[in-house]
Structure formats: C-alpha cells, structure tokens
Design a binder for this molecule. Structure first.
Ligand code: FEO
Ligand code: CA
Ligand code: CA
Length: 588
C-alpha cells in the first residue's frame, strides 16, 4: 500500500480539518479551545519578580522567571498521582527587541547575563484542577537551568584537553546550556535537552584570527551573527577562550524530580547542532537514541547504549548514556520514484580506530571523534540531508520518522539531488521514515521511504513543487519541524516555515500543526498559530485529553499581541493547553 495514496477519511482523525489563517490568534477545529499554561517572564516562585513587558527585568530576575522562546518539552507524571506532573520545557533563544528596554543587541555584561538567563530549560510543576492543567507557582520542583548554571560533563570526552579552559582546567565542569532546541524523554524518567545553534553565540575580537577547520565546519563566524555576547563576556570570545566552543553542542540529561541535581552533558552522543533526541529500545533492551544535526547538508545519527535498561530501578540507568556506540546514516539513491521514493540505508559506526578514524586522519581518540563528530561522519561518507529536525519512533510499529525541513542549497555545494533528498533548492521540506531490519533498532540496515513531500499543488500543478499525493489544497504547509506520536498512533506535525502566504507559499498562512494517519497517509490541519510565530514543542497529559503545544516568538515577523491581546501589548512565547469541550481525547 502506498503511504501517499489517501484513502477515504481516516478513522484515526476525528476532527474537522481547518482552513489556513493569517490571523493573530490560535485557530482550532470546532469543539476545541486553547488557553495559555505559562508565558515568557512568569515568576516561578511565590512572590517572584513580576514580568515587565517593557524589558525592564534585571538578569537576576530573568533567572527566576520562565525563559523565552519555549521549544521542545516533556511531561513527567508523578507516579500514582493522575492530576500532578512536572514539565521540562526548553527555552531556545530570545528576542532582543523585547528582552531589553533598549531593544537592541546586548550592550553590557548585565545584558549578556540576562540573555543567558532567558535560555536553557524551565522545570515547572503542573496540576489538574477543575479539569484544567495549571502551572503551580511556588512548587519546590520549579527550577531554571540557564546559560550560567553549573553543569558537568560525562562520557568519553569529559576531561579531554579540548574541553579544558582557564576557568575549568579539569575539562569536566561547564557553565550553562543555551540554544536548547528540542528534547527527548528517557524510559527511566529523565529529560534530554538538545543544544542546537550554539555557534551563533561565539565571536572573535581579533580581526586577524583565522578560523580553524573545526570552527569553520561548525559554522562559527568572527562577527557572532546578531547575538553579540563576546564583546561583553570573554567566555564567548574565540580569541580568548577557543575551547569554550567545544563545551557546547551536546545533549544534556536532567532529572526533573531532583531539583538539586546537576545536569550532565552526555558526550557519548556526539557534538553537533542537536535538534532532538528520540529514545527507544533495542530488541535486547538497550537504549537507542536517534538524533538529527540541523544544518543544510548535515547528518542523522544513532546512539546505542552498551548496557541494557534496568526497567524497575531508574537510578540504575543514571549513567547509561555514557557508554555505547555512535553511528551515522548512509542512504542509497532509492528507486527514483517521483510519487513515492524508497530505498535502503545503513548505519556506520563512529568509533576511534575503525573505518579510518585514526590519528592519521586527525582523530587521536574517541573524545576527538565525538567533539568533531561532523568531520568524522564526513570521513565515513554519511549522507548529507535536507536539515534534519525532529525524529520520533512510532509506538505502533517502531518505524522512525524524521522531518527534513528544507534546504535551498540542495543541488549546489556538493549536495547531490536524490534518495531521501529528491529536490533541488528544496523550499518545502519532506518527512522521511525508515523501518529497521527485523524491526530492531540495533540492526545496521533499514528501508526508507518518504511519508510526505511538502509542496503547493495549487501554485505548482505539476513538477517537484507539487509535493506528494497526500498534500492537497486543504492541508498546505511548508517546513515540517516538530513531530510527535500520541498513544493512539496519530503523527503530529509542527511547522517552522515561510509565513508570507505568497508565491510558493500562497495559501499556507501562519505556522501550524497538523495530524496524520501513518497508515493511510492522510494529513489534516488541526491548528494555526498567531502572526509571526513558530509552532514548536508538544506534550500530552497522561489521558491525552490535554495537548500542550508551544507558540514560539509570536510577532517575530509582522505584528502580534499574542496571547494577551492588550492594545499595543508585548507578544510572549507561551505554552498553550488545548482541550475539547466534550472532554474527549485530542484528535480522536
Ligand atoms: Fe531549533 Fe532546528 O530548530
Ligand atoms: Ca526545530
Ligand atoms: Ca526550526
């Protein structure tokens, strides 16, 4: 059966698909409503500093408020307490025009401290009261882990010379996690937060300093893009602290139930621009973690732990992610089908001493393989992908789905068109999936196909811009990014794309969330976000009667006053709670 051939309305999708929208509000199917759970700047503790909509909060105040630009998140129920849970929520970056009263890039060390305070992770307690999940201000579990919080390294690269700095001669202690994009949740109850665009935060005060090969490969520029931390905090100045760059770009493990615990950067999972971390189990009970590196032409990775998960003793799994093997994906050319490309692929091991990963090739140790994972994967001829974003594992059949959000450089720059990346100058993106041989995540080979190729069949009635047959005039979208499966097997798709609603993108409106039936291939639009937002971050209450979704940076382009809609009001990134008027399961 072709996944893309849409059969009659799917029984899995029980809601009425909605129209695209350019309004500054959330649109939902009839019978659904959304309300904010928490917004940027809300104080986490009782009596904490109130949010100042004019950017007047100090750095110390932002350190105890909900962070900005919420992204990936997970919900952790309290065992035996159905109305109580913790949520760990990423705060990816910030919006200077709102963060500071001066509205520009950081101008002082205090400004940089505030920017660092706005990023990282927020852990909050939530409770269901009168049928509605609510943020519990003042809970002892509420916590900020931000860009200046103390963390530690573990795994093969901890203590390596490349991680040592004047402030940390041991190479094992590090300040901060920032640019926290998406997430993962382990079966032993911990949260994984993924450091994505960390290189944007670094710059160089010496105009004559040339970037070395590794710095170039990870995309550092002396000018620090627009972030501008290095003139005011020497930690981010490559002329003064070149190794600080190596201390970011990792997956960080957090125990939300222990507010005093030190988060750990797990180096065995490799260093790159981590999007999310999809955790599953191999047939023999070891942990598997699938991960994408979100940059044009970068790779998809897999980690498999050395040891088995101990199901009944969470503490026994505390260091499970420190020992194991990292792999990178190689895809074949596929069958070349325009309607439904499919093919095979394999995982290649990124281990020092194998496949030419040795001193002669510039890798002295496994630590160096992990710190320079991109160069190691290139040596292994991994397949350059169209910006891998989220990866999820189907709870129904174990197939793995990955959004490839877009890639305008496909076809140039040594990135051949074909296989799972079938379009030159790919502005729309696609959703890749694969089935591991024998349905075992430990297998080294897999079969892939494209579940959806986004496009615009109205603007392009034929040719590559049309997209796959399951893209219709009713469900147009571009740049799939967030992904989640619910327990019912629905695949939720969140977008971070072009919101111009014109040209190639005519009819798509604002960023949105759709739900798909993996078996029939049908995709239906469920929600549209407000003006200028990205829709990112998704979690479900245990009964699936509340869906939490993130509205990130409303008004980043255009004008938004979401969610409060006060005249001339400040737009605020928010986590929204979506419920059904009849109390039913979301999407069913
Ligand atoms: Fe933070 Fe690749 O999105
Ligand atoms: Ca993303
Ligand atoms: Ca994105």
């Amino acid at each position: 059966m072709l996944a893309q051939s849409v059969s009659a309305a799917s029984p899995l999708l029980g809601f009425t698909g909605i129209a695209a929208s350019t309004a500054d509000d959330i649109a939902l199917p009839p019978g659904y409503k959304a309300r904010p759970l928490i917004s940027w700047g809300q104080p986490l503790q009782a009596g904490g500093p109130a949010f100042d909509a004019k950017g007047g909060n100090s750095a110390a105040e932002q350190e105890v408020q909900f962070g900005d630009n919420n992204d990936g998140m997970s919900l952790f129920p309290f065992p035996g307490e159905p109305d109580r849970a913790l949520m760990a929520i990423n705060n990816e970056y910030t919006n200077y025009k709102l963060l500071f009263s001066h509205g520009g890039a950081p101008q002082s060390a205090e400004d940089v401290r505030k920017a660092l305070a706005s990023e990282g992770v927020s852990v909050i307690e939530v409770r269901r009261q009168q049928g509605q999940w609510q943020f519990v201000q003042g809970s002892p579990y509420n916590r900020r882990i931000h860009g200046n919080s103390p963390l530690r390294f573990s795994g093969p690269a901890a203590g390596d010379a490349l991680l040592k700095t004047a402030a940390d001669p041991s190479g094992t202690q590090v300040l901060g996690t920032f640019q926290n994009c998406a997430n993962g949740k382990t079966p032993w109850g911990t949260y994984l937060t993924c450091e994505e665009n960390f290189t944007d935060c670094f710059g160089c005060s010496d105009p004559n300093q040339a970037m070395n090969t590794a710095q170039k490969r990870y995309g550092v520029s002396a000018a620090s893009k627009e972030v501008n931390w290095h003139p005011h905090d020497p930690r981010f100045d490559l002329a003064k602290n070149p190794n600080e760059l190596n201390r970011h770009g990792w997956v960080v493990e957090i125990d939300p139930f222990d507010p005093k615990s030190t988060p750990v950067k797990r180096t065995a999972l490799g260093r790159f621009k981590h999007e999310n971390a999809a955790v599953g189990q191999t047939a023999d009970g070891r942990a598997v973690v699938y991960m994408g590196d979100d940059e044009r032409g970068e790779f998809i990775y897999r980690f498999i732990s050395r040891d088995r998960i101990t199901p009944d003793n969470p503490k026994a799994n505390r260091d499970l992610l420190d020992h194991g093997t990292l792999y990178v994906a190689r895809f074949d050319e596929g069958d070349g089908s325009a309607e439904h490309p499919r093919g095979r692929g394999r995982w290649v091991e990124l281990s020092h001493g194998k496949h030419g990963l040795d001193a002669a090739a510039g890798f002295e140790s496994q630590a160096q393989v992990l710190i320079h994972a991109r160069q190691a994967a290139t040596l292994l001829k991994a397949t350059r992908m169209d910006r891998p974003e989220w990866i999820v594992i189907s709870p129904r059949d174990g197939q793995v789905y990955c959004t490839l959000t877009n890639n305008i450089k496909r076809g140039d720059d040594g990135q051949p068109v074909g296989g799972p990346n079938p379009r030159a100058k790919n502005v729309y993106g696609q959703i890749l999936r694969w089935r591991q041989l024998g349905n075992d995540h430990a297998a080294d080979t897999f079969e892939w196909d494209l579940f959806a190729v986004a496009g615009n069949p109205v603007a392009h009635t034929e040719g590559p811009g049309r997209g796959s047959p399951n893209i219709t005039a009713q469900n147009l979208f571009n740049s799939p990014d967030g992904l989640a499966f619910d327990d019912g097997g629905r695949l939720w798709i969140l977008t971070d794309g072009d919101m111009s609603n014109a040209g190639d993108f005519a009819g798509m409106g604002n960023n949105q969330m759709l739900a798909a039936d993996p078996a029939s291939g049908e995709i239906r639009r469920f929600m549209v976000g407000p003006v200028g937002c990205e829709v990112t971050g998704i979690a479900f209450s245990p009964d699936h009667k509340t869906l939490f979704v993130g509205i990130q940076h409303p008004g980043e382009s255009g004008v938004s006053t979401f969610p409060e809609h006060l005249p001339g009001g400040t737009p605020r990134s928010s986590v929204m709670a979506i419920t059904r008027d009849d109390g039913g399961v979301i999407g069913a």
